[in-house]
Ligand binder design. Structure first.
Ligand code: NA7
Length: 542
């Protein structure tokens, strides 16, 4: 650390940096900036650390990345001391991990909990941000770093009658920390996305009746989740540095890759053998560890989709129910692939009913349950697994105003633009970790891409200090070039044809654009590194 890097915040400025969020990215960002000698304050609306793993405490919540790559890499002590109990840990264990990290690094002393950022204004004359909170505080800081996660603004469907319902309504991302007693209850789950699948397969056996309100079925892949013993943990620990290299060099930040070669170089028998092999792996390798053409080539996608449809059909006893559970309106992998454990088998239980709301939509909450165009369903508890305003939601709700009062909310209401998903023209010194148009918005093992972005932001702030500069902002030309590059890659894939949160299609009025950069996490890292090593071309430094 050089002398300038340890300098205290300038007069009139309370903090060098304010970090919003104390989850996967926020905790690491706090650590890195503190290491740099900066005066930092983190703010989180939750009462504890953990971000996603704090809020999403619904029944069955589980990490879909393998535990041995769902961790921080920078400290061998952390790697040595933490014991993952299984391949895909549950929410409780993931939350404990982030608490363990916060304790170990003594991070809590710089975090203000139970506090929501309600506004941020760029003060031109002082070249800093004024960040206001719901506790009435205003903090002035040089850098504002949002680590709010790409899925943290819950989407609650606007069914009328919320107040009429006599039972309990809970969105999965705001599920009561103490849980809800579902035993013997009539429960309705709205949605069949990755979250709903985890809820449904977990609660189906304990409730009296389960009604699943499905609008669009999913291509879910079975999860293989062995428990780990000391020997397994020792195995993964010994491989830590190799894994770190590996996850940073793959398409989606996992330790597997699209490295089976071209689909077209294989015979039908070879293709089938590979598909069966990666299916048996029981992880997201069936999706982002298969053939590169799956996401771009209609013919290949159709064949892989059919492979999955057969697997689903074989699990359901009632052929009519099976047909409803089989997706046909979009191709495999063009929307987040969920992992499942016993999900399809649930529909063979007598207490579970699949309610198809694709033709007869949900109209309202009633006193006793939910009303669809086809009739009323009496319920005691309604679980909304209806997703998020992804990528942009947490930022557009923060009331951010940049140069000349430019509103980020207004601009993104027209068109979602960013530079590398990390900065936005007109909003100097605002860094948007997991912001739109980066792989961390959706197409990455989150811990890989979030750590990469945090490292980039840290290096950028260090660079500014070493060069006696205080402000960085992408130029319009650089931003246009990034958006163009992003769109070219996105539009060459099949993902843009599927209506989902990936393109913002789940939020009424949201501009449509693939939210996640899909050129690959490794390529993205290279681009970010190049920007850094070349001295930030296309960014105005002052
Ligand atoms: P998703 O994937 O956005 O799923 C939301 C689900 O809710 C999906 O099945 C929606 O159906 C359904 N939904 C939303 N609104 C309605 C209405 N009005 N009526 C019926 N059904 C509705 O969110 P998740 O939380 O499951 O997953 C988000 C990410 O978290 C996931 O991708 C992982 O990365 C972790 P639709 O498909 O829109 O027809």
């Amino acid at each position: 650390m050089n002398a300038s890097a340890s300098a205290p915040a300038t007069a009139g400025i309370d903090f060098d940096a304010v970090i919003v969020g104390a989850g996967v990215a926020g905790l690491y960002q706090l650590y890195r900036l503190r290491e740099l000698g900066l005066k930092v304050r983190s703010i989180d609306a939750a009462s504890e650390v953990g971000g996603t793993w704090y809020w999403n405490c619904y029944p069955g919540a589980r990490v879909d990345s393998q535990s041995y790559i769902y961790q921080y890499w920078f400290s061998q002590d952390l790697i040595n001391e933490w014991n993952w109990s299984e391949r895909f840990p549950g929410q409780g264990e993931a939350e404990k991990y982030f608490n363990f990290v916060a304790d170990k690094l003594d991070l809590r002393k710089d975090i203000t909990f139970n506090t929501r950022v309600t506004g941020a204004d760029w003060l031109e004359d002082q070249q800093c941000w004024a960040v206001s909170t719901d506790k009435g505080e205003t903090l002035r800081c040089r850098f504002l770093i949002s680590c709010t996660g790409m899925l943290s603004a819950p989407m609650v469907p606007p069914f009328p009658g919320h107040e009429k319902f006599k039972g309990i309504i809970a969105h999965t991302a705001r599920y009561p920390r103490a849980g809800i007693d579902l035993k013997g209850k009539r429960v309705g789950v709205v949605g069949t996305g990755a979250t709903a699948i985890q809820v449904i397969q977990t609660i189906a056996k304990n409730v009296a009746e389960l009604k699943v309100f499905q609008r669009t079925p999913q291509y879910a892949v079975p999860m293989r989740n062995p428990k780990y013993n000391d020997e397994d943990r020792a195995h993964w620990r010994a491989k830590a540095s190799e894994l770190y290299q590996r996850v940073n060099s793959t398409f989606a930040g996992f330790d597997f890759d699209l490295d089976h070669g071209s689909w077209y170089d294989k015979t039908p028998a070879q293709r089938l053998a590979i598909l069966e092999e990666i299916w048996a792996d029981g992880s997201l390798s069936f999706w982002v560890g298969s053939f590169p053409e799956v996401l771009t080539d209609e013919q290949v996608n159709a064949e892989v989709s059919e492979f999955v449809r057969k697997k689903i059909r074989a699990r359901i006893k009632d052929p009519a129910v099976a047909e409803k559970l089989i997706p046909r309106s979009y191709g495999f992998g063009t929307y987040r692939v969920p992992l499942e454990t016993g999900y399809y088998d649930v529909y063979n239980q007598p207490n579970v009913e699949l309610v198809d709301v694709s033709q007869a939509p949900i109209e309202a909450f009633t006193e006793n349950g939910l009303k669809t165009a086809a009739g009323e369903y009496p319920l005691d508890v309604i679980i909304l697994a209806t997703g998020f305003d992804a990528g942009t939601g947490s930022l557009t709700q923060m009331n951010i105003h940049g140069r000349s009062g430019r509103s980020l909310t207004e601009e993104w209401r027209q068109d979602i633009r960013s530079t590398l998903g990390l900065q936005v023209n007109g909003f100097p010194n605002l860094f948007t970790i997991a912001g739109p148009l980066a792989p961390s918005t959706a197409f990455c093992n989150m811990t890989t891409c979030l750590q990469q972005q945090v490292d980039w932001v840290t290096d950028t702030i260090r660079y500014l200090r070493e060069h006696h500069q205080t402000v960085i902002e992408p130029t319009v030309a650089r931003q246009d070039a990034w958006v163009k590059h992003h769109d070219e890659i996105a539009n060459a894939t099949l993902l843009v044809r599927t209506k989902s949160w990936y393109t913002g299609a789940n939020i009424k009025g949201k501009p449509i654009r693939l939210l996640s950069y899909i050129g690959g996490a490794a390529k993205y890292r290279q681009i970010c590194d190049e920007v850094k090593t070349k001295g930030y071309p296309g960014f105005a430094l002052a």
